[in-house]
Design a protein around this ligand. Structure first.
Ligand code: ADP
Length: 489
């Protein structure tokens, strides 16, 4: 029996966002339950080989592309920490896995199709899977490779689960990528399960997985409902509705050892391992001073410190973030934006805001991915701002609360499932953890920021909310149970 996670990301060695965290944490949680899990990942050239030991070649083969060129594929087995990995190496002419970043190349669909093609080859020739767990559009097409009429079916075919971490990215791609891998793309395009709903000349890779996987898991119950509407599921909303019987919503957890504020090496001062308000406040204050020093802010605990730690793209609400910065600069607050923009116009937007507010020494923009700085920021900030247009699950709010940082979020997707508003009249007092706002209007955002400022200055209330954070269980325990139920089916 073997459970395989097929993924393009694995935190922290190949991470862009939450998908990498989820595959890492879910695999660890499965291993703790004694489940035979293995992760299959492209052997990216940037992987730090020192962290992958021992690295052993398990299988090598020569394959042919339709242009008659040959290339060699090699499969290595290794471990990352205690997670067993199979790394898929290819020396194809396009050097599919030897790029600087995981995503963002025009031939991404080809690169990941090649990965799947090789994964399928591995399963056929080396190790037979019992269960295959796919993640998002880059791996969705493997469900088609197994379940379509192209292959013969047998009762011991693996069960296939597809996780939807983000339905915006669907892998719409040209047939030429399939031609190169030797598929009959004419035939593929004629299949309604593969044809993109907006552009019938394109193949939609996510859609192929929706049709052919045995079960679909959206990463929060609210997101499972949202993607069945056009606003969040886009042109695939009817497909999500069609398969709603096999669509589940399971909220992600976080790995509590990976994000452990009592042992985090990136912090100036660790938090206590059990809640004690004085020690929590003093750790927050000392970490905050360290971050303020790093950012050349005034070192003071009297100004509230707001932070954003995020990929910066349209999904994450950049106009609302920009508005919050302008608004809070009039309020004697400090603001740190740690985020890598996906588009140069967003980078210019935040650089121009940095210039505009330079004289205040209260706003800094750091357009990079920096894990240690992110951890120090979680530990230092009073508030973490999350004005996303949509958020399938979101991990930053949970990591934030684990480091005693109060989330201010738009009530969408996983934010709606994991944050309870401090003023919710229907909620139990001990469940109240953050500030939610509904619309994308500046006035709603400003109202939420005003509530945050008032909370910052209400010491007793703030301490209560931090206590509520200590009661939250963001472990994988409950989510794992839900996954095992689906695996069992
Ligand atoms: P998404 O997957 O949409 O990017 P999530 O909230 O699910 O968002 O996960 C984001 C993960 O990436 C979190 O672990 C967060 O701490 C991390 N992260 C985002 N931006 C940065 C950054 N600039 N530097 C370091 N870590 C980051």
């Amino acid at each position: 029996m073997a459970f395989f996670q097929i993924t393009t990301e694995l935190a922290p060695i190949a991470k862009v966002g939450g998908l990498g965290d989820v595959v890492y944490a879910l695999s660890k949680a499965l291993l703790r339950e004694g489940k035979p899990v293995k992760v299959l990942l492209p052997y990216y050239s940037f992987l730090n080989k020192k962290r992958l030991t021992p690295l052993k070649e398990v299988y090598k083969t020569k394959l042919r592309l339709s242009d008659k060129s040959f290339f060699e594929a090699t499969f290595f087995s290794t471990y990352f920490e205690d997670i067993p990995l199979i790394l898929v190496h290819s020396d194809d002419p396009q050097k599919a896995f030897s790029r600087d970043s995981i995503y963002g190349q025009p031939d991404d669909p080809y690169r990941f199709l090649l990965f799947l093609f090789l994964v399928h080859h591995y399963f056929t020739n080396v190790e037979k899977p019992t269960l295959i767990h796919l993640h998002d559009w880059p791996t969705a097409f493997l469900a088609f490779l197994y379940k379509s009429h192209l292959t013969t079916h047998s009762p011991d075919d693996p069960k296939i689960i597809l996780n939807i971490h983000n339905a915006l990215h669907q892998g719409r791609c040209s047939r030429k990528f399939f031609d190169l891998l030797g598929f009959d793309s004419e035939l593929l395009l004629a299949n309604p399960c593969l044809q993109d709903p907006d552009t019938p000349t394109l193949i939609n890779l996510l859609k192929s997985g929706l049709c052919y996987a045995d079960a679909l898991v959206a990463v929060s119950p609210t997101y499972a409902k949202e993607i069945q509407t056009e606003e969040f599921g886009y042109s695939l909303a009817p497909t999500f509705c069609k398969y709603s019987q096999k669509l589940f919503g399971i909220t992600n957890g976080i790995d509590l050892s990976y994000f452990d504020p009592a042992k985090d090496h990136a912090l100036k001062k660790p938090f206590p391992s059990s809640f004690e308000i004085k020690s929590v406040l003093s750790a927050k204050e000392e970490n905050k001073r360290q971050l303020q020093k790093t950012l050349h802010f005034q070192e003071s605990n009297n100004s509230p410190l707001f932070a954003v730690i995020s990929r910066i793209d349209e999904q994450k609400g950049p106009r609302l973030i920009a508005h919050a910065i302008d608004y809070l600069m009039q309020k004697d607050a400090q603001f740190f934006l740690l985020g890598k923009p996906t588009d140069p116009s967003l980078e210019s937007l935040f650089y121009s805001l940095e210039e505009k507010h330079k004289h205040t020494k209260r706003f800094r923009f750091h357009p990079h991915f920096d894990e240690d700085l992110a951890r120090l920021t979680y530990a230092s900030a009073d508030f973490i701002l999350l004005p996303s247009h949509f958020e399938p699950c979101g991990l930053t709010q949970m990591i934030g609360m684990r480091y005693y940082t109060i989330p201010i979020a738009r009530k969408t997707g996983g934010f709606a499932d994991t944050i309870i508003d401090i003023d919710d009249p229907h909620a139990k007092e001990v469940d109240k953890t953050g500030i939610l706002f509904s619309s994308k209007n500046y006035s709603d955002l400003e109202h939420a920021l005003e509530r945050a400022l008032a909370l910052f200055h209400n010491q007793k209330r703030k301490e209560d909310i931090l206590f509520h954070h200590s009661l939250q269980d963001f472990s994988w325990k409950n989510s794992l149970k839900a996954y095992l139920k689906i695996y069992g089916k």
